[in-house]
Design a protein around this ligand. Structure first.
Ligand code: PLP
Length: 396
């Protein structure tokens, strides 16, 4: 395999059962080929444009900018994509590869259900079988998303092993894949997992920054000074950074969820508090307890409470190319309310972590500087939870 797509500095790699190695090799061959395969690229971009609704807007947030009084703020509107987030970009790419490899069944793991819904959506579009592994506890907390996946024709498998959480669903999906490699493709939802998944997700999500670069050059005639994106596993962030990685004058910021605070024990701030480890087929940074077990993570945002981080982000932090900062639940909820009131946009609670950091950063910059903040998704799904957080009872 091309070495650059396996390791990111000291992170990445392929830590999977023997049975999956030939699959990863075949997958990597198909992935490397698809980058320059005209037919693949044509079909990928046709679906991104005609089905997902790309290119997404780069919107100048005038009211936010004037209110804060610092850098000019632009929003990259991934919330406007079909299914309401950036996840669809990656799932379209991976499902096309699955088709090329002759697979007829897609499997995925999901925590909150958003990646499961995106996978079920594309399985329906491609007429493929679909099975989604979800921790038992998560299926009970996310009944609406379970029903949504079933509506789209997918089968949702509640995982009772371990604690019945996302990490257990990951293990169940890997186990299913190793038993059904003939017909099955494992769709991973973030820039995580064994190689070549992190590189593949980077490639398919890089459309975010390829577009934003072209859009900002058209609007302002120059590159932005900073990019801000939220980080769960890191897919919208790596997609937002990708086209600027070789432009050192563009600073890159990832906003991770510090939950109730870095010292509270109820956090998902992997890059600030995590340590090196191996899980989900990769070497990266993880939140672990003192016995090296994957810790139970917490954030108000279901999309950000992954106990690890994509290996490329661990490497970007180690090299100093990107900076990762924690945003608390309270700061995220305040940003959720702020952008609704200032711009008329209800952003996902995940994305609101990026908005919260953008507010802090813009203040320290001057009006002739530019920030692009990625809105990874829309926030309709989060309205009830924010009401609950604010003590508003919607059932009265
Ligand atoms: C899933 C999700 C995230 C977190 O995933 P990344 O891989 O870190 O991008 C962020 N925002 C939204 C809206 C999501 O659905």
């Amino acid at each position: 395999m091309a070495q650059q797509d396996i390791h990111f500095g000291q992170y990445g790699g392929q830590f999977v059962p023997e049975a999956l190695m030939p699959e990863l090799l075949k997958l990597n061959e198909a992935f490397q080929a698809c980058k320059t395969d005209e037919n693949f690229q044509k079909e990928f971009h046709r679906l991104l444009n005609d089905y997902a609704g790309r290119p997404s807007l780069l919107y100048y947030a005038r009211r936010m900018t004037e209110d804060i009084g610092g850098a000019k703020i632009y929003l990259k509107r991934e919330d406007l994509n079909h299914t309401g987030a950036h996840k669809i970009n990656n799932v379209i790419g991976q499902a096309l590869l699955a088709k090329q490899l002759g697979k007829t069944r897609l499997i995925a793991e999901t925590g909150a259900g958003q990646h499961g819904v995106a996978t079920a959506t594309i399985a329906a579009l491609f007429g493929m079988k679909c099975e989604i592994f979800m921790g038992k506890e998560d299926t009970e907390r996310q009944k609406l998303n379970v029903f949504r996946m079933e509506l789209l024709g997918a089968k949702v498998v509640p995982v009772t092993d371990g604690q019945g959480l996302l990490k257990d669903a990951v293990n169940a999906a890997l186990a299913d894949w190793s038993q059904h490699t003939q017909d099955t493709f494992y769709v991973i939802g973030s820039a995580v997992g064994p190689a070549p998944y992190p590189a593949m997700v980077h490639e398919f999500q890089s459309v975010i920054s390829t577009e934003s670069k072209e859009q900002i050059l058209k609007a302002e005639g120059r590159l932005p000074d900073a990019i801000v994106a939220c980080c769960g596993g890191g897919s919208n962030a790596i997609g937002s950074f990708a086209a600027y990685l070789d432009d050192p004058e563009v600073k890159l910021y990832g906003a991770e969820a510090s939950g109730q605070g870095l010292a509270s024990g109820k956090t998902a701030a992997t890059l600030e508090l995590g340590s090196d480890g191996i899980f989900h087929g990769m070497a990266s940074k993880f939140l672990q307890d003192k016995d090296g077990q994957i810790a139970k993570v917490y954030s108000i945002s279901a999309g950000l409470d992954y106990p690890g981080i994509g290996p490329e982000h661990a490497a970007l932090q180690a090299s100093g190319r990107a900076t990762y900062v924690g945003i608390t639940d309270e700061e995220a909820v305040q940003a959720f309310e702020y952008i609704a009131q200032k711009e008329g946009i209800i952003a996902a609670i995940e994305s609101s972590h990026a908005v919260a950091y953008t507010r802090k950063l813009a203040k320290t910059m001057s009006p002739d500087q530019i920030i692009i903040c990625t809105l990874s998704g829309r926030g309709d799904k989060d309205v009830a939870q924010v009401a609950d957080y604010r003590g508003v009872n919607l059932n009265d």
